[in-house]
Write a protein that binds this ligand. Structure first.
Ligand code: C5J
Length: 229
């Protein structure tokens, strides 16, 4: 059986409906980490208003719960580095020129370092047993990780992508996935940016030109489709 064929119905999306194929779809939750979403983390250290990202938490919690109930594969990612920073390129380390850099000590431990408090996924969206957590040193979730192997071994061909930030790690991941042949649906209210105009532009780019990178929908459209599936 072709698992990518719709199991029933489709998600109301732009530029056109996204066929639902639950068994072949994974929910990929990008970098919902304390370092990006809580005061004292990396995002805050860069001068950003973290409350802009926190608006995604409630809708995303509902989507994760529905995905789990439907038996969808749920994958989480975290951006961060080894404690000795041996996987941090000098270029990435230099970038920004702010008071706090990756690896420096902040209020939630060393910024974007694996194992530190700030690197953890926020408690509201904590992974449950059996859900893969992908630690990634880059912006894209496929670069230098085993995400693709994990998805392919589970027969996944389609991704619902959520998380932060829309124009950086979400967008990079969607572009990487698209080039690897995955169909991506991005949920507009479950993705967020410190820059609302970047969020809007990033979503517009995904669905432009007949869905050049994928589809965009609201979480309510996915929840409606899942409840009918
Ligand atoms: C950033 C991310 N913005 N997860 N990371 O540095 O989007």
């Amino acid at each position: 059986m072709d698992q990518t064929r719709p199991s029933s119905g489709s998600v109301e999306a732009e530029p056109y409906p996204f066929p639902l194929a639950v068994a072949a779809t994974a929910l990929v939750v990008i970098d919902m980490q304390r370092d990006f979403l809580e005061p004292g983390g990396f995002g805050d250290a860069l001068g950003n208003d973290v409350s802009l990202l926190r608006a995604t938490i409630d809708p995303l919690a509902a989507v994760i719960a529905a995905a789990r109930a439907a038996g969808m594969v749920v994958v989480h990612t975290r951006e961060g580095h080894r404690a000795d920073l041996s996987d941090l390129s000098p270029a990435k380390h230099r970038r920004g020129n702010f008071a706090l850099k990756i690896g420096d000590s902040g209020p939630m431990g060393r910024i974007l370092v694996r194992g530190e408090e700030g690197h953890d996924i926020i408690p509201e969206l904590a992974p449950i047993a059996g859900e893969p957590v992908i630690d990634k040193p880059g912006k894209g979730a496929f670069y230098a990780t085993d995400l693709e192997a994990i998805l392919r071994s589970r027969g996944i061909a389609r991704l619902v992508v959520c998380g932060v930030t829309t124009e950086v790690c979400v967008h990079t991941t969607v572009r990487e996935a698209n080039d690897r042949g995955f169909d991506c649906l991005v949920l507009s209210d479950c993705t967020g940016s410190y820059f609302p105009h970047f969020h809007e532009a990033a979503l517009a780019m995904i669905k432009a030109q007949g869905g050049i990178f994928g589809w965009v929908a609201s979480s309510s459209a996915l929840l409606a489709a899942l409840s009918g599936a």
